[in-house]
Design a protein around this ligand. Structure first.
Ligand code: FAD
Length: 410
């Protein structure tokens, strides 16, 4: 049985950036094997609900590394390769095909999988979930001839998909359980802004609703809602959250709890095995709490961090959580963690698309949302959160430069 010095389980974003990091750190030919259930080389996932879905990007343009990269550096990438089980003690990956591959060091980066609907009619055709490039291609193809689209969920995937469908001329209805858009993260004023923005662009929002049934003979034709209302559609996309993919490491001896538990070094409890990206629940030393992050920057940074760790540079992963999204002609960014905030401060004008929102706790910034604002606001956000900078809320609100809000260290 061949033994890989380094193996990555999962061929997604962590894998793409970890491979790049290993090469930059001096990886030798033949040392790395990537096992991926995907049928494409590691690619960026954010475009799947934005430019790729809209037909502005293609398979090649969203690759993390060029096709030749893997061959040139002697990296073996096995696509359509499903790992059934990891034996952590024997350091062996058991493939669904029956083949076994052994490793010295492993990064588990299996990501997350979409939650699915489980109401009557959920098995009809023209019901879509979005995780892979294949999923995005299917939605894109269907959208070319669709007239009415229903999008279930009130979070970022639903917001992005709804924007693309509406821009493609599809009569789009967003259906959400909550009483306002992306309630988990937006303040009420932010939800209000985005709801108006969507309504003005033809997206119908039905809030505080539950789906009871999907109707149609073969393909979905309408959605029944609690209370008896029905929404007609000829395609439906559900963006109702994801769950971490831990099946291949169940019973492996690795500690699991909402993902794979890792310490602040991204190490599992099994020596030689790291976990990173959407599947990893890590100890966040900056905020002093455990978290699992399902965002692009986390996958990129943790992939790079694991690469350095495998090459001998063991360090704690100290990183301000970050997220970005693009909807219609808007782009926004978000840093930090607003949980436990005791104050929020708005800058700019929430009736226009140029504003920022700052979450404070004990007079220190713990999270920030920035959209179409001067660069100094972007720059200050991550820096202040990381350094636990003391801030004057009054100055943050009132001064024309955000930098005037800094208070001297106490
Ligand atoms: C449509 C979409 C849009 C997004 N947009 C944004 C955005 O705008 N901003 C943002 O910050 N984040 C965004 N994200 C989130 C971001 O893309 C993810 O956080 C990131 O992809 C996580 O990387 P990962 O490597 O952990 O998992 P993934 O990229 O999902 O990779 C997991 C890999 O593991 C493989 N795998 C799983 N099980 C097995 C197995 N048993 N055997 C072999 N291989 C296996 C999969 O095939 C896949 O290759 C988006 C995600 C999606 C799906």
């Amino acid at each position: 049985m061949n033994r890989s010095k380094y193996m990555i389980l999962g061929g997604g974003m962590v894998a793409g950036y970890a491979a790049k990091g290993l090469v930059e750190g001096g990886l030798k030919s033949g040392e790395l094997t990537i096992l991926s259930a995907d049928n494409a080389l590691p690619y960026e996932r954010p475009p799947l609900s934005k430019s790729f879905l809209a037909g502005k990007d293609d398979e090649k343009s969203i690759r993390i590394n060029a096709e030749e990269f893997y061959g040139e550096h002697g990296i073996e990438v096995r696509l359509d390769c499903h790992v059934a089980r990891i034996d952590a003690r024997q350091k062996t990956a058991h493939l669904q095909s029956g083949e076994n591959l052994s490793f010295e060091n492993l990064i588990v980066a299996t990501g997350a999988q979409p939650r699915t609907l489980s109401i009557p009619g959920s098995n009809l055709s023209e019901i879509y979930y979005l995780r892979s490039m294949e999923d995005s291609k299917k939605i894109r193809t269907r959208a070319r001839n669709a007239k009415r689209g229903a999008v279930v969920g009130g979070g970022f995937i639903s917001m992005e998909v709804s924007a693309v469908l509406a821009q493609g001329g599809i009569e789009t209805t967003m259906l959400m359980r909550e009483d306002r858009i992306w309630k988990r993260f937006f303040t009420p004023a932010m939800s209000k802004f985005f709801e108006s923005y969507y309504s003005a662009r033809g997206v119908r929002l039905i809030k505080e609703t539950n789906l009871t049934q999907l109707n149609g003979e073969r393909a979905v034709k309408s959605v029944s809602l609690e209370g008896g209302q029905a929404v007609e559609c000829d395609m439906l996309v559900a963006g109702i959250g994801v769950s971490p993919v831990t099946e291949p490491v169940a019973n492996s001896g690795m500690q699991l709890a909402d993902g794979i538990l890792v310490n602040e070094y991204l190490e599992t409890n099994v020596p030689g095995i790291h976990a990173a990206g959407d599947v990893a629940s890590y100890q966040d030393a900056l905020f002093g709490k455990r978290r699992r992050v399902e965002h692009w920057d986390n996958a990129v940074s943790q992939g790079q961090h694991c690469a350095r760790a495998l090459l001998g540079d063991r360090a704690a992963f100290l990183h301000v959580p970050y997220f970005f999204s693009d909807v219609f002609d808007l782009s926004y960014e978000f840093w930090g963690d607003p949980a436990n905030a005791d104050q929020t401060v708005e800058r700019g004008d929430l009736s226009t698309s140029s504003f920022s929102v700052w979450w404070l706790r004990n007079k220190r910034v713990i999270a920030a949302f920035v959209m179409s604002r001067p660069d100094e606001e972007r720059d200050a956000a991550a820096k202040w959160i990381e350094s636990k900078q003391q801030i004057s809320a009054e100055k943050l609100k009132g001064k024309s430069s955000v930098l005037d809000a800094e208070e001297p260290a106490s």
